[in-house]
Each structure stands twice: as structure tokens, then as C-alpha cells.
Ligand binder design. Sequence first.
Ligand SMILES: *[C@@H]1O[C@H](CO)[C@@H](O)[C@H](O)[C@H]1NC(C)=O
Ligand SMILES: *[C@@H]1O[C@H](CO)[C@@H](O)[C@H](O)[C@H]1NC(C)=O
Length: 235
Amino acid sequence: MILGLSAMFLLISPAQSLTCKSQTFTNSKSYSNCMDLPTLGAYLHWTYDSAKSSLSIAFLAPPAKSNGWISWGINPTSTGMLGAQALIALKGSNGSMTADTYNISSYKFVQKSKIAFNVSGLKAENSGDLMRIYATLELPGGTDSVNQVWQVGESVTGGLPDKHEVQTANLNAKGTLALVSGAKAGSPFTAPTMTPTPTAGGEPVGPPKGGVSRIEISNFSSYFLLLIASLVLWF
Ligand SMILES: *[C@@H]1O[C@H](CO)[C@@H](O)[C@H](O)[C@H]1NC(C)=O
Ligand SMILES: *[C@@H]1O[C@H](CO)[C@@H](O)[C@H](O)[C@H]1NC(C)=O
């Protein structure tokens, strides 16, 4: 039983040692929640005002190369890149960081465009190895979870991000972000498997409901598996 218990501790502890908790912001800006995203060395900090459906985020990630780009977005209709309403930060031709909105409708090329949400305070920064995107998004009323996607790329041409690699880490850069009980959603242990399957046809804008209970169920099944594992170890 002791073996089983310590196995349980090992599996639970990563959630308690989040790197994002040590990241700080200028102007003593702060966010209510943060998570170490499970791939690409990326971090999300956010504050959600559910009464206004207003989501303030800081997304931090190392670009694939120093002159590359980083991106974070919400996909209101699906779980991957296509359809993502994205924010992309890169170093412009004049050397300073810029961020823009992109409605991603093709794997081949992207262009700056309006997105489905009002965005304010969009800003990009470069600090150390990480680029940062700041923004506040106005989500549809009643939103309590969203499909998030994130990405990094190695180069920029003509002020636009070039295609990113398609390694496992790139392809797995997506998951559910539970806005209402955000702390739980951040567990690297559950995030990659939580991606909901899009319903056929999809709802026009509203992201799928019930993200929170999905997470609790998936945590519950992991604990159940752990319990079985400890019994096997014991006998
Ligand atoms: C650099 O270019 C961006 C647009 O790409 C512009 O918004 C910004 O003001 C420019 N910065 C400087 C210092 O010229
Ligand atoms: C984004 O692109 C898709 C496909 O071209 C289009 O149907 C949709 O209206 C666009 N969204 C916005 C907010 O422009």
C-alpha cells in the first residue's frame, strides 16, 4: 500500500509545482489563474470575468527560433487549428514586437484579419527566451469553457508567420480551457486528453458547455486507474 500511495503522490505532485506561478509581469499586472501548457514550453495566465464574459490573457512561449513567432487562440467551432481565432506575435521588419489577430481558415497561409471576438489591449513583448502576448477578449455571454490552441514557429516572411513544424508537440498543442474552475483544467496530467469531439455541424459560436465536468470525470478515472494500480502493486 505504501508503494501505491507514493506512486499516487508522484503523479499528483506536478500540478503543485507549476512554473507559471513564478512568472511575473511588469506594471504589477497579475492574473487569477495560470497553467503550464502541456506542450511547446508554453504558459497561459488568465483572469475571467464571467459576468462580462471578458477574458484577459497573457500567453508566454519560446518561439521555435529567435526570429520566429508564437500564437494563442480560441477555436469556437472545432478543436484544432482550422477555425481558430488566433493572436500571433512576431518581430516585425522594424525589429519591434507586434501582435495581430488572425482568423485561421487554411493550413497553407494565414493573413491578418478580424476575428470573431472583440479584442482589446493586444500587445506583444519579447523577454528573455520567451515571447509574450497580452490581450483581453470579449467572449459570447455565458461562456464557461473554450477550446484553446497554441503554436510556435521558427520564421516570419513579409511580416507574416511561416508554417510551423508538425511534430507531435505541435499537433498536441490544443485542449480545453475551463474558465470557471480554471485551476483544475491546467493539470498537464489531464489537459491533452480532454479535447472534446466537435459535434457535427457545431454550434455557430458558443464553445461547448460542460468543460468542468468533463475534467472532473477524467480526473476521477485517473484516480480510479491509480487505485487499481496500487492494488496490483500491493498483491
Ligand atoms: C514597427 O512596425 C509596426 C507595424 O509592423 C508598428 O506598429 C510600430 O509602430 C513600428 N515601430 C517602430 C518603433 O517604428
Ligand atoms: C473566418 O473565416 C471563415 C472562413 O473563411 C469565415 O467563414 C468567417 O466568417 C471568418 N470569421 C470572421 C470573424 O471574419
